[in-house]
Ligand binder design. Structure first.
Ligand code: NAP
Length: 257
């Protein structure tokens, strides 16, 4: 069965590993192309947008795809909206890996806000040292609060975008450990952490470290993200795919013909 995995996340990579070498499936992993050097993957990969909902419908038809797994980031709304609409148009099964949110715990000092613009306001007027754990395109909003000194963690250089005047970068790709996060936050004298509620383990250590250090966290709440059938993990996505196995695209050797 030919399967499209919409990826860019830990779960998408985990599903790619589960499907690699499984002759019942012909999976293609799709990445948005947000980083110039994505991690190597063990299955066929394509990179870049499809051209909106219509482009995705056309691509799914041309590639003879039989099912889609949306394992995109919890804040990537547009691609999920397109996937829901395209799969409805084609009456194609769509499973969506939905990560649980991180929950506030006893010692946490979270201010939950609706979006990046509100996060800038939540930093307050008094100059602070702020750690930005966000995507590069979200950094521009902080140019509106130039009184703060920022440290932003990115996978690669931000390119030609407007930035606040006092900003440094640390370049790294997760997962991140607790000890390293504690050192990063305390070593740079950070007062406030700005984060999305991404969920999952790979980037949780900064939240635990902020709790230990008593730092304020400005948590950008999740947007509404359309989804198909909800799946909790990569193994759950594999089981879901197995339940949708069709003979379409299955090698004749496996069909017994
Ligand atoms: P988005 O707003 O949902 O998608 C924008 C467009 O990018 C889509 O309409 C689609 O273009 C293309 N696209 C997105 N994901 C794709 C995929 N897996 N394969 C092919 N094309 C894809 O998502 P975003 O711009 O990537 O990110 C939105 C938010 O999610 C940001 O806050 C970002 O920091 C966060 N985020 C994203 C990723 C990621 O891997 N994408 C990872 C971590 C965090 P067409 O309409 O042309 O098909």
């Amino acid at each position: 069965m030919r399967v499209l995995i919409l990826g860019g996340t830990t779960e998408a990579s985990a599903l790619a590993r589960l499907l690699a070498g499984d002759r019942r499936f012909f999976p293609i992993l799709s990445l948005a192309g947000r980083t110039s050097m994505p991690k190597a993957q063990p299955i066929a990969t394509r990179i870049g947008g499809f051209g909106g909902q219509a482009g995705l419908v056309q691509w799914l038809r041309e590639e003879d795809i039989a099912a889609v797994v949306d394992a995109t980031h919890p804040y990537a709304v547009q691609i999920s909206r397109n996937a829901v609409a395209a799969c409805a148009t084609l009456r194609m099964p769509l499973g969506s890996v939905v990560r649980e949110r991180w929950q506030r715990m006893g010692q946490d000092r979270w201010s939950t806000v609706g979006d990046v613009t509100a996060a800038v306001v939540a930093l307050g007027m008094a100059p602070a040292r702020v750690f930005l754990s966000l995507g590069r395109l979200e950094l521009a909003a902080f140019a509106e609060a130039p009184q703060h000194t920022y440290l932003a963690r990115l996978i690669e250089r931000p390119g030609d975008i407007a930035l606040p005047p006092k900003i440094d970068f640390v370049f790294a790709r997760g997962p991140f450990g607790l000890e390293a996060e504690r050192l990063l936050l305390s070593g740079n004298g950070i007062d406030i952490l700005v984060s999305k509620n991404s969920g999952g383990q790979a980037t949780y250590a900064k939240i635990a470290a902020a709790r230990e250090l008593g730092l304020k966290v400005v948590m950008i709440d999740r947007p509404h993200k359309p989804c198909g059938e909800e799946l909790v993990s990569a193994p759950a996505a594999l089981s879901w795919l197995e339940a949708h196995l069709t003979h379409r695209g299955t090698p004749s050797s496996l069909r017994g013909v």
